[in-house]
Design a protein around this ligand. Structure first.
Ligand code: COA
Length: 415
């Protein structure tokens, strides 16, 4: 079966995590992604966090599936010639260098336009135009500057970063959408365009609900769905809400049987209003149904802590999976806290291709996260990441170079 992005050629100048996440998605949808790396060095992540000596790290392999790798010295005049040919041939250039690096290489927007006016140039930077536009940025910096850290954690603790890579992979996702949107618009305009996604903006987009709450707080000086209500203190900024959902349906993480020894024996429990009766029945607190302090969602807000304490007395008598089974019978929204070990071993995720086992020539078999976006007419096959420069000769031949020319460029360490 064909793929959604068959025929789209991507010149992939990305490295580390944010950019590679984007181009991996495009490759999974069928684009021909040509990853340009430095000869002998490659993407720095190939050698970072290595668990198998001399083999590409999981950091690299898990972000670079389905791509081809070519090594080119982009600063050598002959390397620039090769790159110029690639710019003419490709539809999209994707990069996440530090600000100004692509220009310093000689590939300004104006130069790229001269070479190929149809080219889409997609970039990730830490910040958009403004005071920090020249800064280098990694994941946690973006989480801090995008509003996630100040709103994550508990009220009595410091700001916290989350394990979900919302700055890197989150911005990669945003950029991928920008690229396919620009490809779509090119169908009518015939022109390329610049697509920029700043990590601060991407994180803030994912923290949109917290900007909502900031404005509610400004107006009413209180957030009734937050654990600080009714006895705690509200300052000027949205506080950290612990495990509260903060939305219209109050939720919290509750202990389950075995929590004393298993750090993940917990369940997320949501006291959704339409199933309040079922919740009271399941935990044996039928009297709450008629007690005016618990009868309506609004009345319950000042009592959420004691409500969750009571529900926890019930969840502590069940394993997280037993609790799930019982609560789901009554449509009570809840979710087990799954460890990475449990996720890796979960058969249903293997079945859907969300967790995939891949074989690699130097590191052997490993697990990766497959494409989380499933297209019925464009199924994803996860193919191992390329070795450094594995496709250099193949791509050079496609560009019209002869065997002798390729040999010469290898000897000069240009490719
Ligand atoms: N041939 C020759 N030179 C190459 C090359 C190639 N194939 N590929 C890269 N380079 C050069 C670049 O031109 C640059 O040179 P310059 O500084 O002389 O202009 C240099 O390698 C390093 O690039 P840089 O992006 O500065 O890497 P870094 O390791 O110092 O910084 C980041 C890494 C991630 C901090 C930085 O790239 C960045 O801020 N990126 C944007 C935000 C981002 O995506 N962050 C998240 C990453 S997960």
């Amino acid at each position: 079966m064909g793929k959604a992005l068959d025929g789209v050629k991507i010149l992939d100048f990305t490295h580390v995590q944010s950019g590679p996440t984007c181009t991996q998605l495009l490759a999974w949808f069928g684009a021909d992604v040509i990853k340009v790396e430095r000869e002998g060095v490659g993407d720095i992540t190939r050698g970072q966090l290595r668990d198998v000596p001399d083999a590409d790290s999981l950091y690299f392999t898990m972000l670079n599936h389905n791509k081809r790798s070519i090594t080119i010295d982009a600063k050598h005049p002959k390397g620039k010639e090769v790159l110029e040919k690639l710019v003419r041939e490709c539809d999209v250039l994707v990069e996440n260098f530090a600000p100004g690096a692509l220009d310093r290489m000689g590939f300004t927007w104006e130069r790229i336009q001269e070479l190929n006016p149809k080219m889409i140039v997609a970039s990730i930077k830490g910040f958009g135009p403004g005071p920090y536009q020249d800064c280098k940025v990694y994941e946690n910096v973006a989480q801090c500057a995008g509003g996630a850290a100040s709103t994550t954690g508990f009220d009595d603790g410091p700001p916290l970063v989350t394990g979900a890579q919302i700055g890197d992979s989150g911005t990669g996702l945003h950029l991928a959408l920008g690229i396919v949107t620009a490809l779509y618009q090119r169908k009518t305009t015939g022109r390329g365009q610049k697509v920029n996604a700043a990590m601060q903006d991407g994180v803030l987009n994912l923290c949109r609900v917290k900007l909502r709450d900031q404005q509610r707080l400004d107006r009413t000086h209180v957030l009734e769905e937050y654990p600080q209500y009714p006895n705690g203190h509200f300052g000027e900024a949205v506080p950290r809400a612990g495990n509260a959902s903060g939305g219209g349906q109050p939720g919290w993480i509750l202990k389950c049987k075995g929590w004393e020894t298993d750090p993940n024996a917990y369940i997320y429990f949501i006291t959704q209003a339409p199933v309040w009766k079922q919740i009271c029945n399941v935990i044996g607190r039928e009297e709450w149904l008629t007690d005016p302090r618990y009868a309506t969602p609004k009345a319950r807000l000042p009592h959420l802590t004691e409500i969750f304490d009571e529900i926890e007395k019930w969840t502590m008598t069940k394993s997280k999976f037993e609790a799930m089974e019982i609560l789901n019978k009554y449509d009570i929204p809840c979710g087990p806290i799954l460890s990475m070990k449990e996720i890796a071993e979960e058969p249903s995720l293997r079945k859907t291709g969300t967790v995939v086992e891949v074989d690699h020539p130097t590191r052997g078999k490993y697990l990766t996260v497959g494409n989380p976006i499933k297209l019925s007419d464009s199924p994803t096959e996860v193919k191992r990441s390329p070795l450094l420069g594995e496709h250099t000769d193949e791509i050079m031949k496609e560009l019209g170079y002869t065997d002798a020319q390729i040999r010469e460029l290898h000897e000069a360490k240009v490719i």
